[in-house]
Design a protein around this ligand. Sequence first.
Ligand code: SAH
Length: 483
Amino acid sequence: MKDNKKRKSTQKNKKSDRKPTQNKKPAKRGNQTHKHKPIYKGIEINGKAEYLNDDGAGVVINDKDKITVMNLLPGEEAKLSLQKVGKFYDATIIERLTSSDDRITPKCSYFSVCGGCQLQHLSYNKQLKFKSGMVKKLLTNFADVDKIVGMDEPYYYRNKVISSFAWQNKKVQSGFYKQYSHDVVPITKCIVQDKVADPIVETVTRLCNEFKYKVYDQDKEFGFLRHVLVRTGFESKEVMVVLVVANKMFPGKNNFVKALTQAHPEITTIVQNINDKKTSIVLGDIEQVIYGKGTIQDTLCGLKFNLSPKSFYQINPVQTEKLYNIAMEMANLTDEDIVVDTYSGIGTISLLAAQKAKQVFGVEINKDAIRNSIKNARLNNIKNTQFIQGDAGEVMVQMAKEEMPVSTVFMDPPRAGSDETFLSSVVKLKPKQIIYISCNPQTQARDLSYITKKGYKVEKIVPVDMFPHTTHVECVSVLTRKV
Ligand code: SAH
């Protein structure tokens, strides 16, 4: 995962998962240093937010200091209490004095405490405008940026939920981490995740209390319960529950499974994941399937995909279809095209491309994902794909050396973007076009800058809102070779 931020998090499995979750790491508070004139904690000032920074915080300019304030929109004035956090200044609102026309009442009552969403107080149209602005600021030098593709119904979109356990008020509770802390806020309803998940998490938590399971304490290295993950198939409606615990021993396992599946017949599989490490990564290495097949199936763009607990899979299926359709339209593949899909995950883009192209090579570092890709190709009876496990950069170097006649490269790297090994080999390979999908316009701008200096031109950039109410934005662009 690529959030290089501060708040503790439930964070996903690092290797296989990279996109924002509601429990992502904390937003960095501003990116400014304040070497002059220190302002001290506790001082109260009145201030007006000038703009939103990339973390969705209002920025108040006080003298030359930039003070970041969560939940304050541009134009709004507030009485603020200054806090000094590390090198950065920020402030909490004592009283908001004015209200922006763009402000709406957040649908979720946990908005001010849960760190998952940053923009619920901003109307959805203005959220899109904000994201579009972020992309334009970074990418407009390369090409015109198209209208951002938003969601018609920007709620209940997440197909994966991770809830963490905590011992609070003499009982097991589950929820998400409070912003900038390791404290769990017990949350029973989340408006961005599939509605199926909340009642299941609630039942799991109730059963954990009934079965008297202890919450794992990382400092004492004692206890059992860590997290519960619920993954749903958008089309198939299959449901996977993964109970992440610290021990292999699962007391009362059969009765637990029986009680859970009786309460929720929609659950199709339950997996016990064992994570006994002192880590903020959610999933451990060992898994035991304790009910059903251990995988669920979903359909995306008409293709079937098998998902295991650790498979990377885009978390917003409605927007993913739009994103992939835009990418395929940009590529405009024919049966003469030889395609390389790099950072291919479980092979989603590879299999879509294979329906049009002559041959597709998927390149992915994660072994599980490669196994999934091969199975997924078989599942869809697709025969013109080959999956290569390895570092995309190294594989690209090899392909360039062998002068493989590649016409199209798809790249969909993690938030950190690509490295120079990869980029220098892509341009040596000389595909006629590169389709670059990115969840971080900053690193995309850096990489586009490299590629465009080596004979490529950006033709089109389309931002897609994959994560409504958060500050994240996905972008797909197409580059063509000039000569
Ligand atoms: N294209 C896929 C997955 C994108 S997520 C989809 O849309 O679903 C990014 C993927 O890059 C992850 O599966 C991750 O395991 C993989 N990855 C990360 N670093 C890599 C590297 N150096 N080489 C190849 N794959 C890498």
